[in-house]
Design a protein around this ligand. Structure first.
Ligand SMILES: *Cc1c(COP(=O)(O)O)cnc(C)c1O
Length: 563
């Protein structure tokens, strides 16, 4: 059993994230951001990168989704017990909140790669006897509560995270802020450096800021406005007083509101978006900052269905560590690829039967769609013209499996879930549409591998990257998506999948989607199985070999971590 001390001498990079999907039983994530952070952990261990990860314990999770008979989302607490998976570290630091110390203690979770490398993850917890009852739940509810609660969480993550790393004896050279949530970390570093006496000849303040900037790198993850936390300075002043004078914060984080993204931009040496297209969007959003890109990837060892893993093992040794080798997947045996897909599809049909009672037909294509239920992702685009959809399903029978949670405060997203349920009932005589509740890592892996086509319909340029389509592609499931996020780089028309392209982007996307399904995708599935399997293999070869988190982490290492 490895101990924290084993990691101290070599660890140089700290990665902070509000959520990290470490394993399905640990409810420390909500969606794509956390899954990406989890894949970052897994690849760092594979590659033996000298990293430590910091997140919140989130004992009550995000939420467990149930759907009532009317299609309404019900949110249940999703507790997990840290002691079952992590060990308590006997160290505490305090963060001053509303004039009182809030004590923070980390749980240590060690992720070990099948190859033997391992990395430590610290899960910060305020649920301690030492804390006032009101402060104990600060780290409990992921993305829960109000603005004041979120601000406290972000103080614990950034300030508490920096202090815990120092208290434990980590000598960190580079701090990677995964999204703006962690942007109080550089503020804490600045405070720390200012407390230390300056050597003769050093210029004090300007020097401190340059030193902090030199240590921090920042990844921004979304063009969606609600994804960028802003806090009123009155709230900030009432919550914390020992960090930095408010006037100075205004200079770094925005004059009117404390914008966590602006704060991170101001204090980071390197800033990146999560796909090429997203970096372009981010440069327009944040004029004056240099924003480069590292396109996201997925951890192939985690997301390849066991049946595909066996096929890869047989002819592409070392693929989990060097996914570049998957480029050779275009030479795999057709029969073996199809058999692996049938196994993955049977798993999905079983999941659907067990959770919804619906019996899907394995001989008909399944269009899969799993993502957060929110407006810009347009989960209802496929259903925009019910008559046209009916005609399409009559000519080319297929089935649809949907999944996704709406944020508890996103009423429009919840309405989408309810209307999808109503549409499913309305269409039930011609098109089976099922909604599988509680989209999470475990279900997601069955859904992406067992579908025949993976659908994505965001309004460009709102999807920064998206990663579920990469998981699908790795499992030989061609993508059908609007050209946004990673798909701008990943789409080779008729090879890795298809783009949904309308002349007048937006208004005609539904028509373009129906045309592509009816004229290209479904006929190919029906009439040319060999051609379909060729695309499956192209998808594995071209998506799996590049859109993986091994490549992503090597890129962060060479372009961002190493100066
Ligand atoms: C991969 C994954 C995501 C991210 O997928 P997107 O394509 O960004 O929607 C979200 N949630 C879960 C559970 C996942 O496994």
């Amino acid at each position: 059993m490895r101990q924290l001390d084993d990691f101290l001498p070599r660890t140089r990079i700290a990665y902070l994230s509000m959520e990290i999907a470490l394993r399905p039983e640990m409810h420390t994530y909500s969606g794509g951001l956390g899954v990406l952070a989890g894949d970052t952990v897994r690849s760092s261990a594979d590659l033996q990168l000298p990293m430590v990860f910091v997140t919140l314990a989130s004992r009550s999770g995000y939420f467990r989704q149930e759907i009532d008979r009317k299609g309404h989302q019900i949110e249940r607490p999703d507790h997990w017990e840290p002691a079952e998976w992590a060990s308590m570290v006997p160290a505490m630091v305090a963060v001053e909140i509303e004039g009182r110390p809030v004590w923070v203690r980390p749980w240590l979770y060690i992720h070990t790669s099948p190859g033997g490398g391992s990395v430590p993850v610290l899960l910060l917890d305020t649920d301690l006897d030492q804390n006032d009852a009101a402060n104990r739940p600060i780290t409990s509810h992921l993305y829960g509560g109000d603005q004041a609660y979120r601000l406290k969480q972000e103080l614990i993550l950034g300030v508490g995270g920096a202090r815990i790393l120092q208290a434990l004896g980590f000598a960190i050279d580079v701090y990677h802020l995964n999204e703006g949530h962690a942007a109080f970390l550089p503020v804490e570093l600045l405070r720390r450096f200012r407390r230390m006496a300056h050597a003769p000849g050093e210029e004090g303040d300007g020097h401190d800021r340059a030193r902090v900037r030199d240590m921090c790198i920042f990844t921004t993850h979304t063009p969606v406005d609600a994804g960028h936390d802003r806090f009123a300075y009155e709230l900030v002043a009432a919550t914390t007083s020992d960090l930095m004078p408010i006037d100075e914060l205004r200079g770094l984080a925005g004059a009117d509101m404390l914008n966590m993204t602006t704060l991170a931009l101001s204090l980071s040496r390197y800033v990146n978006g999560v796909a090429r297209r997203h970096a372009t969007t981010a440069r327009d959003m944040f004029p004056g900052y240099e924003v480069t890109s590292v396109t996201n990837g997925v951890h192939v060892g985690t997301w390849a269905h066991p049946a595909f893993a066996r096929v890869f093992d047989a002819s592409i040794p070392h693929w989990p560590i060097e996914p570049e080798l998957l480029a050779r997947a275009d030479t795999l045996d057709d029969g073996a690829v199809w058999a692996a897909h049938e196994e993955a599809k049977a798993d999905l049909c079983r999941l659907v039967r067990e959770t919804t009672g619906t019996e899907l037909r394995p001989e008909l294509p399944i269009v899969g769609y799993g993502r957060r239920m929110t407006g810009y992702k347009r989960p209802d685009l496929l259903f925009s013209d019910v008559e046209r959809l009916r005609a399409l399903a009559r000519d080319h029978p297929f089935q649809v499996v949907l999944a996704g949670k709406a944020h508890p405060k996103d009423q429009a997203g919840k309405n989408l879930i309810a209307s999808l349920h109503a549409l499913a009932r309305e269409l039930s005589d011609v098109l089976p549409v099922v909604f599988v509740p509680n989209y999470d890592m475990a279900m997601g892996s069955i859904l992406v591998a067992g579908s025949d086509v993976w659908l994505n319909t965001p309004v460009p340029p709102m999807e920064a990257s998206g990663t579920s389509g990469m998981k699908a592609g790795l499992n030989g499931v061609p993508n059908l998506s609007t050209l946004d996020g990673w798909w701008v780089e990943g789409c080779i028309e008729g090879v890795t999948g298809w783009g949904i392209r309308s002349a007048d982007s937006g208004a005609d996307d539904a028509a373009a989607l129906y045309a592509k399904l009816g004229e290209t995708v479904l006929p190919l599935y029906e009439r040319d199985r060999k051609g379909w399997i060729w695309m499956m293999k192209q998808s594995i070869a071209k998506v799996g070999s590049y859109f993986n988190s091994q490549r992503m982490m090597r890129q962060y290492a060479s372009e961002a971590y190493i100066r």
